[in-house]
Design a protein around this ligand. Structure first.
Ligand code: PLP
Length: 484
């Protein structure tokens, strides 16, 4: 009921106006989905181009939504790189989908902040439940179930999951003293030199220093070398340091290399080290039984994570982080100030996810994940992964049959790393030409020092024809650059 003495602010969006404008916004997104394939994939704007077109000051008076939506087309769209384009093969995908977008809309509509079970029981319980579903669907260890010793939580990103794992491992090894007393040094962790940069960042944040997270050598297939790991641990122990953590990867960022998890788990058991497995991109492949061999040994990890927002049709952000034993995590991150105390927390019968992550507040991300799983069903999700993996295998065959190109690393999933035999300058030239054409977007890495093209298949709209077009563009550009 409006108080005539204190009316709502001018321009307040009534439910009726929201309905009308909301339809417009949904139409806008639907049109984007229809047109994205035709757009140049990589934005071509110059630095500062958008800001030069924006007013220096924020508007004093509210503006009509139509005008703002028109500016989406006029101002914002030129500065968008189209991650949802079928010709997006860069980095790893961040594939979006209709049900996930609608899940985001519903979550935003509810505007829930789910820091405590009590602040929206459905937000917590749906999250625990959906993450338990995934344990079953991906044949993950039963210790990861919320009904077991551990449990799962949705983080914003794999970087946050890594940070939580490292922090918890640090606390476990220092008898839960460091949070209060600070670090007195000597802690060392290990990951491969191919591990994601988020490990280094987490090592900085938890105060052990990035150089005390040793970058262990890799073998010919870019997987961590267990002998080198054992040797590094021995050196550190002999020097009086305290090894505490191993970060292993299933599907590294550069080439999707797979660390030898069973052997690393043996080492961690012998040395009493925390084992975190990062499968940020690869994780959804575990939905397919035939792709599960690369996940062998995850059942012995202390913590594990994958991104539903990379390759599982769930809009960014949605990282699924599991621990085999929740007690060390909760001991590390729980703080219960007076203003958060409530009966449900006191009863001990509920999960308060604020204790499972770095920030206090949290979005209702489980809603989009739930919508995705219910919309596609496990079989629909598997189908898309299998298509991408099959296309990667077809592309690998074409590369291996091409006289001028070579495969640079095994392609167990849907990332293909290849290069022209003529050397770095030609490969750099191919990448620049392809990306400047607007017809596809690939990125690069270096493998054993050699400039390498990465073609990551995984956008929801990609078909085999798009992969073929990108490959053809690479071969003809390679021929052009080496002609004469
Ligand atoms: N770990 C691996 C293996 C990755 O490939 C990536 C990103 O590509 C990350 C971690 C970081 O993911 P996020 O952006 O979710 O922090």
């Amino acid at each position: 009921m409006n108080d005539p003495e204190d009316p709502p602010p001018p321009g307040h969006m009534t439910p009726d106006a929201f309905r009308r404008l909301g339809y417009q916004a949904v139409d806008w997104v639907a049109r984007y989905m229809e047109e994205v394939a035709q757009k140049p994939v990589l934005s071509a704007v110059a630095p500062g181009e958008l800001r030069a077109q924006l007013p220096a000051q924020a508007p004093e008076e509210g503006e009509p939504f139509d005008a703002v939506l028109a500016d989406m087309d006029r101002l914002i769209m030129p500065g968008i790189t189209h991650w949802q384009s079928p010709n997006f093969f860069a980095y790893f995908p961040a594939n979006a989908s209709g049900p996930a977008i609608l899940g985001e809309l519903l979550s935003a509509g509810l505007g829930v902040q789910g820091m405590l079970w009590a602040t929206s029981p459905a937000c917590t319980e749906l999250e625990s439940h959906v993450l338990d579903w995934l344990v079953d669907l991906m044949d993950l260890p039963s210790a990861f179930l919320s009904t077991g010793t551990g449990g799962g939580v949705i983080q914003d990103s794999a970087s946050s999951a890594t940070l939580c794992a490292l922090l918890t491992a640090r606390e476990r090894v220092t008898g839960y003293q460091t949070n209060e007393r600070g670090l007195d040094g000597g802690l060392v962790g290990y990951c491969s030199r191919e591990a994601h940069s988020s490990f280094q960042k987490a090592a900085r944040i938890i105060g052990i220093g990035a150089e005390n997270l040793r970058a262990i050598e890799t073998d010919d297939e870019q997987a961590m070398c267990p002998t080198a790991l054992r040797a590094a641990i021995a050196v550190d122990r002999a020097a009086g340091r305290t090894p505490f953590f191993v970060g292993a990867t299933v599907g590294t960022t550069s080439t999707t290399a797979v660390d030898p998890i069973p052997t690393l788990a043996d080492i961690c058991a012998q040395e009493d080290l925390w084992l975190h497995v990062d499968a940020a991109y690869a994780g959804p492949a575990a939905l397919c039984p035939e792709l599960r061999p690369i996940f062998a040994g995850v059942d012995r990890a202390d913590s594990y994570c994958f991104n539903a927002h990379k390759w599982m049709l769930t809009n960014f952000d949605c990282n699924c982080f599991y621990v085999a034993d929740r007690e060390p995590l909760l001991r590390t991150l729980s703080i219960l100030p007076e203003y958060l105390k409530n009966q449900a927390t006191a009863s001990g019968a509920v999960i308060d996810y604020r204790d499972w992550q770095v920030p206090l507040g949290r979005r209702f991300r489980a809603l989009k994940l739930w919508m995705v799983i219910r919309h596609y069903g496990a079989e629909g999700l598997r189908r898309q992964i299998r298509r991408h993996v099959a296309w990667a295998a077809r592309l690998v065959a074409q590369i291996e049959n091409h006289p001028d190109f070579e495969l640079v690393a095994p392609a167990p999933l849907s990332l293909v790393c290849f290069r022209h035999r003529a050397g770095d300058a030609v490969n750099r030239g191919i990448l620049e030409a392809l990306n400047a054409s607007g017809r596809q977007y690939l990125t690069h890495t270096k493998v054993n020092g050699a400039y390498t093209l990465r073609l990551a298949i995984g956008s929801s709209q990609t078909e085999w024809a798009h992969v073929v077009a990108a490959w053809k563009a690479a071969t003809s550009e390679g021929a052009r650059l080496t002609a004469g």
